[in-house]
Design a binder for this molecule. Structure first.
Ligand code: AMP
Length: 499
């Protein structure tokens, strides 16, 4: 084990891993390393590195370099994965080495296989009746997705799994558990229900994964989380994956993980590589619709598109509008009001059939995994900023390139800046397409935008008294509303073709 003075010698924030090894070697800790690269690693990862196998430090170009077995390598080949992604390079050796892991990585980085492959390897073959690994996920969609990945990656093993989540009858889920399983995928509430009813025996659990942990972190989960932990043996390997590091995620990881290996796949690394991002300044809803249609008319470039809306109503209305234009068979709508089965069917159809456009809300899109999405269009900017990262993670997945386009009205500029801060990146603006019809902003909509801007100002400065009431706008909107638009959005409005 390396001591603290070693770390304090490494003062620079980023250092060459070769230098680290030279130092380690010179102190006689390790003999005969076989270094294959000179990659730079974050100093934050170092405190645990003395426990780790070499593979963790060396860029691994092939799955063959991990200690996986033939059954898993064949399944990986069938999936068409030619090389491990960044998180897989780091997580697979750490998990195989029995370490606790904190993975900060968004969906789309290959994190599911990053924990499933080593888990499947360690569990090895079907054994006994009760689950030895538990994967807790926030939503039904994600639980189904993880279940599918287990089936795909474990198809040449005899390992058994069950997926349990709320909103579905328990009969089949109980039967699946009672037939004997090695891995259980569960939403927190359903896990506790089935445990309390005596259908789950947690005594054999040796591995726990919290997936999309940031989405598990609402108040009800915190209570459930400690109860879930109480059901399990204390000695086990714990892993947590989260797209972001909120205070709650930090707290839970502190409670759960023992000297974890921290793997930080920063969003900007991913977005820089595979997703181009841009925004359009649009003054109002009707312009958004016109712009959306103009973009979607280019069927070659926009060949598989997810459109995100902030509410069920907007998703539903936008969906109906697009269905009239492009035909019902080409446009699917999913949101919280649809039944669970309809949502799953729509997701499968969008994934597997030739359906070009999916309109959705953030909630309904959780766990959505479609391999080749050309564009994510944020018809409404997300106001939970982490959702932006999740949304754009739907495109550019695993080595494919994708595009994210965000529609921004004058009240959204505030959120755009916050998102840019979160992802540590400026999102460039694209000009509105030539000749786009830009209708006037209606009175109601204009008022709502101004009210929203006041709310934002009050949030930033509680003493702000509100300019809104002094700004009564005439019922027609028109030139008045133009003058009230800040900077670029007002300019866009003036530049477009008026109705
Ligand atoms: P995830 O981040 O787990 O949601 O994975 C996103 C997508 O990447 C899924 O469609 C996976 O099947 C795919 N994927 C995972 N690992 C790889 C890999 N090494 N190469 C190519 N695709 C991958």
């Amino acid at each position: 084990m390396l001591n603290q003075s070693f770390y304090s010698e490494l003062e620079n924030e980023r250092i060459s891993i070769v230098d680290v090894f030279k130092t380690v070697l010179s102190r006689g800790f390790i003999k005969k390393p076989s270094l294959r690269g000179q990659a730079l690693y974050d100093l934050s990862e170092l405190p645990n590195f003395a426990h780790l196998p070499f593979a963790y430090f060396c860029p691994v170009e092939s799955f063959k370099h991990f200690k996986l077995n033939r059954q898993l390598l064949d399944a990986v080949a069938d999936m068409g994965y030619s090389a491990p992604t960044a998180i897989q390079q780091k997580a697979i050796p750490a998990i195989l080495g029995g370490q606790d892991v904190l993975g900060i990585a968004q969906t789309g980085t290959g994190k599911t296989a990053a924990y499933l492959l080593p888990l499947l390897r360690v569990l090895n073959y079907a054994q006994g009746k009760d689950a030895r690994a538990l994967i807790i996920v926030p939503t039904r969609e994600l639980s189904i997705q993880v279940g599918k990945s287990i089936a795909d990656l474990g198809k040449y093993t005899d390992l058994r799994h069950a997926v349990v989540f709320g909103g579905h009858g328990t009969k089949e889920q109980i039967a699946a558990i009672e037939s004997g399983i090695d891995i259980l995928v569960a939403s927190p509430g359903r896990y506790l229900d089935l445990y309390l009813q005596g259908h789950i025996n947690a005594r054999k659990l040796k591995h726990l994964v919290l997936d999309e942990a940031e989405r598990l972190m609402d108040k009800s989960f915190i209570g459930q989380f400690h109860r879930i932990l109480e059901t399990m043996p204390q000695k086990k390997q714990n892993m947590m994956f989260s797209a972001t590091m909120s205070e709650l995620v930090m707290k839970i990881s502190g409670d759960l993980l023992d000297f974890p290996v921290v793997i930080n796949i920063k969003p900007d690394m991913k977005t820089a590589d595979t997703v181009s991002q841009a925004f359009f300044a649009v003054p109002n809803l009707r312009t958004k619709l016109n712009l959306l249609v103009t973009l979607l008319n280019d069927e070659t470039a926009f060949y598989k598109v997810i459109v995100f809306c902030k509410t069920k109503t907007i998703a539903s209305n936008t969906g109906k509008y697009l269905q009239r234009l492009y035909g019902e068979e080409n446009v699917l709508v999913i949101h919280g009001n649809k039944t669970q089965q309809t949502r799953i069917n729509s997701m499968l159809r969008f994934r597997n059939e030739n359906v070009r456009i999916l309109i959705t809300t953030d909630l309904a899109a959780r766990g959505l995994d479609v391999p080749d999405v050309s564009h994510v269009i944020n018809f409404d900017i997300p106001i939970i900023y982490e959702d932006y990262v999740h949304r754009i993670g739907r495109t550019g997945r695993a080595f494919l390139t994708g595009h994210s386009l965000t529609f921004v009205n004058m009240a959204d500029e505030y959120h755009l800046k916050k998102i840019e801060k979160l992802i540590g990146q400026k999102i460039p603006e694209l000009p509105i397409p030539e000749g786009l019809e830009i209708p006037e902003t209606g009175y109601e909509e204009q008022q709502e935008l101004l009210r929203e801007i006041d709310r934002q100002k009050r949030k930033e400065n509680p003493d702000f008294r509100g300019a809104f009431h002094e700004k009564k706008v005439p019922a027609t909107g028109g030139e008045r509303s133009k003058s009230k638009m800040p900077g670029k959005i007002a300019a866009k409005k003036a530049g477009g073709k008026r109705k």
